[in-house]
Design a protein around this ligand. Structure first.
Ligand code: HEM
Length: 241
């Protein structure tokens, strides 16, 4: 019994009562929200938890994309795609989390909003870091295309021959698609909670969120589909007439 007792004592440095709490810094983490007395509305706890969780998940996703970038730069396509897939798995829950906030009634939200100051998702460190790493991955991908001596069109036509690099292209597209899905679901959330024809806490009209949905990280990877379809249509038209 004495031996069993030893395992319940923390051995890691720190203030927490257990090693679980010390390792994860749960005391600090769980003190990062307002106390129940400080909340402007009871729904504010969910608002805070959803935002903070999203920031953590985006931080995790950006970290894995950084590793994917390193793998891509050294031509290690297998690890690059493995890490992009993981980053996407971290990003996906942030879309689901947005739906939780759709349960906040518009009138109640305005009580919470009164305490946001000029705080805006435009300054989200997590989302901004993803917007920053995205183009760097695109640049590294183009460098690899150059090294392989193929254009994007050729990569897609000869995808079996260039399996690894084609897989990278498809995973980059997955990432781009998740960013767009986040923006789409976030726009619907904003429209439901504050409306689509109003101005946000930083003075940005909600319509701007609609325009930002039109921005692609890897436009050429979307465009290549059009080129393939156009080329196929031309060939089939030639066969018909
Ligand atoms: C009730 C919930 C929410 C509302 C009403 C809302 C509303 C808005 C509005 C109006 C904007 C435009 C900029 C501004 O003036 O503030 C914006 C931007 C943004 N918000 Fe939210 N938001 C909500 C929740 C969230 C959550 C949970 C996240 C997760 C991190 C988030 C992330 C963002 C991002 C990243 C932008 C910039 C979008 C872009 O670059 O396309 N928002 N939000």
């Amino acid at each position: 019994m004495a031996h069993r007792h030893e395992f319940t004592k923390p051995i890691l440095p720190g203030k927490g009562a257990t090693d679980y709490e010390r390792y994860l810094h749960t005391d600090e983490l769980l003190a990062l929200q307002k106390t129940p007395q400080e909340l402007l509305h009871k729904d504010e706890m969910t608002f805070l938890v959803v935002h903070q969780s999203s920031e953590l998940l985006m931080k995790g996703a950006e970290f894995e994309l950084g590793r994917a970038l390193e793998a891509l730069e050294r031509g290690d396509y297998g690890n690059c795609t493995r890490l992009i897939r993981r980053a996407i798995s971290l990003l996906e829950p942030t879309i689901g989390l947005l739906h939780i906030l759709e349960t906040i009634s518009p009138c109640d939200y305005h009580l919470i909003r009164a305490g946001l100051g000029h705080g805006s998702g435009l300054d989200s460190p997590g989302f901004l870091s993803l917007l920053h790493i995205g183009p760097r991955l695109g640049q590294a991908f183009h460098e690899q295309l150059g090294r392989a001596g193929v254009t994007i069109g050729e990569l897609y036509r000869r995808h079996e021959e260039f399996f690894g690099l084609h897989d990278v292209a498809e995973r980059l597209l997955d990432f781009d698609e998740r960013m767009q899905l986040f923006r789409f679901h976030h726009l619907k959330l904003a429209e439901r909670v504050i409306g689509g024809r109003v101005v946000g806490t930083m003075g940005t009209p909600v319509e701007v969120l609609q325009q930002r949905m039109e921005s692609w990280l890897y436009k050429d990877l979307w465009d290549v589909r059009n080129q393939i379809t156009a080329a196929t249509n031309e060939t089939t038209a030639g066969e018909k007439y």
